[in-house]
Ligand binder design. Structure first.
Ligand SMILES: [Zn+2]
Ligand SMILES: [Zn+2]
Length: 400
């Protein structure tokens, strides 16, 4: 079947089939929601997923990057290996919702929608298992720990999740309260930023607050560094490119009448384009070290790369676009949703061409539109049905 045939109609009935799974999808999601688990502690979630995958006939591997689960379904005929990734971790947030599936784990909450991702993953597992005999190729379902800032994806890559078999195509989605339910956003190119964390110690020479001439004041040096850093994006990055340099912390001094010997600061750098990234990293270093030197101080800067940018492959994005159009109609499929947030799916996507797309999940009328990571976050569970249907259409393109 070509994309053109797929476009605009639910020819293979995936939407209907996903609809029939609705109660089950919601039950899975609410169970995960009520029992959220933090990064690398997703043991309950992982064992529920692994049990279900085994029942469906998948080959299951557990314990990858501590709690990661992989389910493999090999078709009867040769074909591509398609990997679909679902993240499992919750956040250290105390839930303020009053639903009957509210978090039972105090201080921990599925406030990003990863409970929904796991339910969608089990939905896909169920519908694809029914088609095993027709499948040409292999489905590799990857349930990943620790997406929220702990780079579970990188840990899974290090433990070989991209081998045996190596995926040819990568797919992932995120329920997205920035977009209304019934819409899907699919873009090619960069959609989420490369992220760096930087930390810096500005060293001067401490002394009496009344005798500054006998000191090298790291507070004054730091003030100038923070101001000068604002010129990196405004003066060194092309106005047509995108970048962020943020100073997140400044800590120095203990007493009003003492010039401290050093000040600690830290921040983050976000970029899409690799060349822009190189420019920004170089200029941040030059500015910090140069301004410190001009003040007679010294700066020790460490820049740590957290995640690469999420860059969608144009061809895979086209397949996902057609899949989304078949489910929600072309008028409800947009492109261009981008964020300077980061997402560790980038570790998979720098190795395997793929598409990461946004599944609209907000319903303002029902009050289901709090932002992600908010204690009142919740989403319209229609997104579970739509997510399964869109992914099934995309998988059908490669495997059926
Ligand atoms: Zn999140
Ligand atoms: Zn998330």
């Amino acid at each position: 079947m070509t994309s053109n045939e797929q476009r605009g109609l639910d020819q293979m009935g995936f939407k209907t089939e996903a609809e029939l799974l609705r109660e089950q999808l919601i039950a899975w999601r609410r169970d995960f929601h009520a029992h959220p688990e933090l990064a690398f502690q997703e043991r309950r979630s992982a064992s529920i997923i692994a049990d279900r995958l085994r029942e469906l006939g998948y080959q299951v591997q557990m314990g990858i990057a501590t709690t990661g689960v992989v389910g493999l379904l090999e078709g009867k005929r040769p074909g591509p290996v398609v990997m679909v990734r679902f993240d499992m971790d919750a956040l250290p947030i105390t839930e303020e919702n009053e639903s009957d599936y509210v978090s039972q784990n105090p201080g921990v909450m599925h406030a990003c929608g990863h409970d929904g991702h796991m339910a969608i993953g089990l939905g896909i597992a169920t519908l694809m298992a029914r088609r095993r005999d027709e499948m040409a190729g292999t489905l590799k379902l990857v349930f990943q720990p620790a997406e929220e800032g702990a780079n579970g994806a990188e840990a899974m890559v290090k433990e070989g999740v991209l081998e045996n078999p190596r995926p040819d195509v990568f797919l992932a989605t995120h329920v997205w309260n920035e977009k209304p339910i019934g819409t899907v956003d699919v873009s090619s190119g960069a959609i989420m930023a490369a992220a760096e964390k930087w930390t810096c110690t500005v060293r001067g020479k401490g002394g009496h607050g009344a005798l500054p001439h006998q000191t090298v004041d790291p507070v004054v040096a730091t003030a100038q560094i923070v101001t000068a850093l604002q010129t990196v994006v405004s003066r060194n990055v092309s106005p047509l490119e995108t970048a962020v340099v943020t100073v997140g912390t400044v800590h120095g001094g203990d007493a009003f009448n003492v010039i401290p010997p050093h000040v600690e600061l830290s921040g983050t750098i976000r970029t899409y384009d690799p060349a822009t990234r190189e420019t920004v990293l170089r200029r941040v270093r030059e500015v910090i070290e140069g301004v410190a030197a001009a003040c007679g101080a010294a700066a020790e800067l460490e820049i740590v790369s957290l995640t690469p940018a999420v860059i969608n492959d144009a061809e895979v994005a086209e397949v996902v676009r057609a899949a989304a159009e078949a489910v929600v109609g072309p008028e409800n499929v947009s492109s261009g949703e981008r964020t300077m947030g980061s997402e560790d799916a980038a570790f998979f996507m720098q190795e395997v061409p793929g598409c990461y797309f946004f599944l609209g999940s907000a319903n303002a009328e029902r009050g289901l539109n709090a932002p992600h990571h908010n204690p009142r976050f919740d989403f319209d569970e229609d997104a579970l049905v739509l997510g399964v249907a869109v992914l099934m259409h995309a998988l059908a393109h490669y495997l059926l």
